[in-house]
Design a protein around this ligand. Structure first.
Ligand SMILES: [Zn+2]
Length: 279
């Protein structure tokens, strides 16, 4: 008589080890949860942690450290902005190669098999269960935290300007030349606050090369954060992209946090004057 081998007990989600001696990091980071003022900051690509269960994704460290894995410098700028503006910040600690929290889960680029010319072996042929675990354990808690905080602000009648902090690589591998912009702002329908921020940045430094919907546009079908939390809620927002070579050191991150904080404050004033909205 033969018996079926006993299947190991399956937890519903089985990606992050949160209880072992060296646990995987908590996906969601947050500072200044009770911060005052109109700004609410998010940073989708703040970290490049990889769950232990996924090893190294089949990539050397230098690949996981480049822009395909993380928005270099973005967390430093976002933390600096949170401090200077006294604003809440919610950020996400896992590599965008594990799951890109600014993509819809069904988008090909959410757990892409190729990123800027690099094949990602750890993302090859993922089955539904593996995809679901990344969504359920990393992406959903992050966006649920943002949703809860924005719901609470709305319930309290607090006006909110959503600010998404990103950084971009000066040059993609296949590109013939560097991208010229130092700071880019990206939007879909709601460009009104972005226009004020562009004006404030230009006033601050007329020589600054600003990108309008560069280096990207907001893709309402595949992107997540601005379509859902910004456009979806009808909030004024800014998606800020800073070129990574300008925020490559802690001193540079702090200098850009100073500049952006000043420009955001100025933009809030002119935005309020235009709309009569109290921020
Ligand atoms: Zn980003």
């Amino acid at each position: 008589m033969t018996t079926e081998p006993t299947a190991p007990a399956r937890r519903e989600h089985a990606l992050l080890d949160r209880a072992g001696p060296e646990p995987d990091p908590e996906p969601v980071g947050e500072v200044n949860a009770d911060g005052d003022g109109p700004f609410f900051l998010i940073c989708d690509h703040a970290g490049n942690a990889v769950p232990k269960a996924l090893g190294d994704l089949g990539l050397p460290q230098e690949e996981r450290d480049r822009h395909i894995g993380i928005d270099i410098g973005a967390l430093g700028v976002a933390l600096g902005l949170a401090e200077r503006l006294g604003a809440p910040l919610v950020y996400q600690r896992y590599s965008r190669l594990v799951i890109d929290c600014n993509r819809r889960p069904e988008a090909t680029s959410c757990m892409g098999e190729i990123a800027d010319g690099t094949r990602v072996p750890g993302n090859a042929g993922l089955d539904e269960r593996a995809r679901r675990a990344r969504v359920a354990e990393i992406m959903e808690p992050y966006h649920a935290r943002i949703t809860a905080r924005l719901d609470a602000r709305a319930a309290a009648g607090r006006p909110t300007i959503l600010v998404a902090v990103h950084s971009f690589t000066p040059r993609l591998r296949a590109a013939p030349a560097d991208r010229p912009w130092i700071v880019g702002l990206c939007w879909f329908h709601a460009d009104r606050f972005s226009r004020h921020l562009l004006a404030a940045l230009a006033e601050q430094d007329p020589t600054l090369r600003l990108g309008e919907n560069e280096p990207y546009t907001v893709d309402m079908v595949n992107d997540y954060s601005i379509p859902v939390h910004g456009e979806g809620r009808g909030l004024p927002y800014a998606e800020i992209e800073v070129r990574q070579d300008r925020i490559a050191t802690p001193a540079d991150e702090a200098a850009w946090a100073d500049r952006l904080a000043q420009a955001l404050r100025r933009a809030a004033v002119t935005f309020e004057a235009e709309t009569g909205r109290e921020t």
